[in-house]
Design a protein around this ligand. Structure first.
Ligand code: GLU
Length: 517
């Protein structure tokens, strides 16, 4: 049997982490079994439709490296792959008629006020709330005909059998059963003729020969309806796989507070898709071994539904940062440059960093767009320096955007001084003569290799009887970079080159003079 799965998003917004995990699991399962992954757009709820959401869905999937073999963009033997188009093609009309003819679905003409009254009555009388029949489930054909002739709006509901037990065998949870008297009759076709999720998704899952319905556990309560719908048609049921929700570290359902942001926000923030995929795959799924860093191919190789955990997966942003740092450090120099250059072309970096997240009172990082712009410019004007700067910062950064901030001092004409560092070092009596020495030293050079720089600093320390390197190294670093932290001093001296060094030492002398008045 070929494994056939589908990712079936509703275009109601840009996909979030939970949506992407859903898509990723299907991609991995299909890849593992050399099966088929389908992208199906469930756009029948026009009230929740968001323009541009489908584009964001595809862009997110492409960026993450999640593939599909059938879908609205690539076509396939079971098209169309947008439910609105399937509706236009008469697919749902055909199948609802089959159910109506068999008496397994019925038209219900209740007004919204009548439904409201029913709900109130049920609540007051502590009865299960929902449509368990009303007046229409067993209405006479004459009554139905009359209502139809009068042009009354109606929905078509599924006739759930009563006094039975419905059982599903969920792949993760095993056997689950319901008394059908607790299962209400869901709407299959709405008054505007549009199918509901309950109907369209199940009909499509059958017609598209889906073998596993993998979806969030919020759909478990709908599973008996769906299983009964398959039974009503006499179709073989697919395997139901309900994945547990994702929670924050505090045990609460994942929300924006925990970083439940759009997938594309992670791209703008500077996460690598490989790291995000690795991280997301391990939320609620385990390869059954300790390995934590797995490429997409390794994930697909290891992926099986048996590794899905019944308990909620935990979203831990610190782990994602750690993982992303790992992926960054694993890049070869060429790949590092290519990855960062690619990142610099991401269109919504500025929008992302200047946005004020819900519940926050400041933008994510208002200074970031300027740093990113500087880095773009550096790649145009001094590509070699830009590439070296990346290499020197590679051991420390955790996101691609952090390169922009960390490398700024390489590209700025006059990197600002950290006032605390100035206060700590520039008032010390040995610093003025020392920086003057290095200013002269650098002005006389054509080039400065790493060894030249190291030798110059060590010779100076020895000649001036410093028994520790700190008082030598730190002020030089502050003079050159404005900061007390950064890459190895000799490496950065060599990367800046003699001319820039000379200029910066000169400028530092001005600050040192001021610090000593
Ligand atoms: N359109 C549904 C959603 O976006 C799909 C659920 C499913 O995978 O069956 O929630």
């Amino acid at each position: 049997m070929t494994v056939r799965v589908r990712y079936a998003p509703s275009p109601t917004g840009s996909p979030h982490v939970g949506n992407i995990r859903d898509a990723l699991f299907k991609h991995l399962l299909a890849k593992h079994h050399k099966g088929v992954n389908i992208l199906r757009i469930e756009d029948t709820d026009r009230t929740r439709y968001i323009e541009g959401a489908e584009r964001d869905i595809m862009e997110s999937l492409h960026w993450m490296g999640i593939q599909w073999t059938e879908g609205p963009d690539v076509g396939g033997p079971h098209g169309p792959y947008r439910q609105s188009e399937r509706k236009e093609a008469g697919i749902y009309a055909h199948w609802i008629n089959v159910l109506l003819e068999r008496g397994l679905a019925y038209k219900a003409f209740d007004t919204s006020q009548e439904l409201e009254e029913m709900r109130e009555y049920q609540q007051i009388n502590k009865q299960p709330v929902g449509y368990f029949g009303g007046v229409w489930r067993d209405a006479t054909p004459e009554a139905v005909e009359k209502a139809e002739k009068e042009g009354k709006p109606f929905v078509i509901r599924q006739r759930i059998p009563r006094n039975e037990t419905v059982v599903i065998h969920d792949f993760i949870r095993g056997r689950i059963e319901w008394d059908t008297n607790t299962v209400d009759d869901p709407v299959l076709i709405k008054a505007d003729g549009m199918p509901t999720y309950h109907f369209a998704a199940m009909v499509d899952d059958h017609l598209m020969e889906i073998t596993h319905i993998i979806r969030g556990e919020e759909w478990i309560s709908s599973a008996p309806k769906h299983a009964l719908l398959f039974d009503a048609f006499g179709w073989e049921r697919p395997v139901f796989v309900h994945c547990p929700v994702i929670k924050g570290k505090d045990g609460k359902k994942l929300s924006k507070r925990h970083g439940d942001t759009r997938c594309l926000d992670y791209r703008a923030a500077g996460y690598m898709p490989e790291a995000l995929a690795n991280f997301i795959a391990l939320i609620g799924w385990s390869p059954g071994e300790d390995r934590e860093i797995l490429s997409m191919d390794e994930l697909a190789e290891a992926f099986d539904l048996g590794g899905l955990q019944p308990s909620p997966g935990v979203f831990d942003i610190d782990k994602l940062r750690w993982m992303n740092g790992n992926y960054i450090r694993a890049l070869s120099p060429e790949a590092l440059t290519a990855t960062v250059k690619q990142y610099l072309t991401v269109p919504d970096i500025e929008e992302y960093f200047t946005r004020i997240p819900e519940g926050a009172d400041a933008p994510i990082d208002a200074a970031m767009p300027a740093a990113v712009a500087l880095m773009r410019e550096a790649f145009e004007k001094t590509p070699e320096l830009a590439a070296t700067a990346l290499l020197l910062e590679q051991p420390r950064v955790t996101t691609l955007s952090e390169f922009a901030t960390a490398c700024m001092f390489f590209f700025q004409e006059e990197p600002p001084f950290d006032e605390k560092a100035v206060e700590k070092w520039f008032g010390q009596p040995h610093v003025g003569p020392m920086i003057e020495h290095f200013q002269k030293w650098s002005s006389g050079l054509q080039a400065a290799t790493l060894e030249d720089c190291e030798k110059a600093v060590r010779d100076y320390a020895e000649a001036n009887s410093f028994d520790k390197m700190g008082p030598v190294v730190h002020p030089i670093r502050v003079a050159l970079t404005g900061k007390t932290v950064g890459p190895g001093l000799f490496e950065l001296m060599s990367a800046l080159g003699p001319q820039v060094m000379a200029k910066r030492f000169q400028r530092a002398l001005g600050r040192i003079a001021k610090a000593n008045v």
